[in-house]
Design a protein. Structure first.
Lengths: 111, 117
């Protein structure tokens, strides 16, 4: 079946550090891949997406590349800010556009 | 353009009561998805609806849970005879209609946090 595996957190970084959150997936067919961000007490916001192999999604300094050969979609940002502290979810769209989520990774950025 | 609306934001029910969660999709969106987030876990798909139709309810518990999306009004997720294990955040998402290989991202509401005492 379809599944998403994310690196466990929490990830704690100092401001301006480089961020990588690993995400790998198992899927039949050619899913679209997403990163969502959840701030405390709020719903999920779409951060970026990629719909086919080798696509790079990017937004607000975050980026991720759809790697079919390694079934990965790692999230990166060159310089994190305190305001980036949140929970990050990797997800894929399965049959009927249902989203399958990873467990989420807590990111804490210290000033 | 208003986003996805959910109400109430917080709901407290005693064991055995009923919980009704409402979701109004974004304007122009005809597809609604419900997800549940248990404490310290990711979101799990529950049900996918279009107007007046349940398309996929493979993630719904077999008993006590039901969902609808009437021709007029919001989508409703109904939980009868709630138990403590139902305590969770319930998120609704909506998307435009799609066909074939085109898939549209889902836009999420702020969620309803259900606490069963």
């Amino acid at each position: 079946g379809n599944s998403v595996t994310q690196m466990e957190g929490p990830v704690t970084l100092s401001e301006e550090a480089f961020l990588t959150i690993n995400c790998t997936y198992t899927a039949t067919g050619y899913p679209s891949l997403f990163w969502y961000v959840q701030y405390p007490g709020e719903g999920l916001q779409l951060l970026l997406k990629a719909t086919k192999a080798d696509d790079k999604g990017s937004n607000k300094g975050f980026e991720a590349t759809y790697r079919k050969e390694t079934t990965s979609f790692h999230l990166e940002k060159g310089s994190v800010q305190v305001s980036d502290s949140a929970v990050y979810f990797c997800a894929l769209s399965a049959w009927r556009n249902k989203l399958v989520f990873g467990a989420g990774t807590i990111l804490r950025v210290k000033s | 353009n208003a986003g996805v609306m959910q109400n109430p934001r917080h709901l407290v029910r005693r064991r055995g009561q009923e919980a009704r969660l409402r979701c109004s999709p974004m304007k122009g969106h005809s597809h609604v998805y419900w997800y549940r987030q248990l404490p310290e876990e990711g979101l799990k798909f529950m049900v996918y609806l279009q107007k007046e139709n349940i398309i996929d309810e493979s993630g719904m518990p077999k008993e006590r849970f039901s969902a609808e999306f009437p021709k007029e009004g919001p989508s409703i997720l109904r939980i009868q005879q709630v138990v403590r294990g139902d305590s969770a955040a319930y998120f609704c998402a909506s998307s435009p209609s799609f066909s074939g290989q085109i898939k549209y991202e889902q836009y999420f509401g702020p969620g309803t946090r259900l606490t069963v005492t």
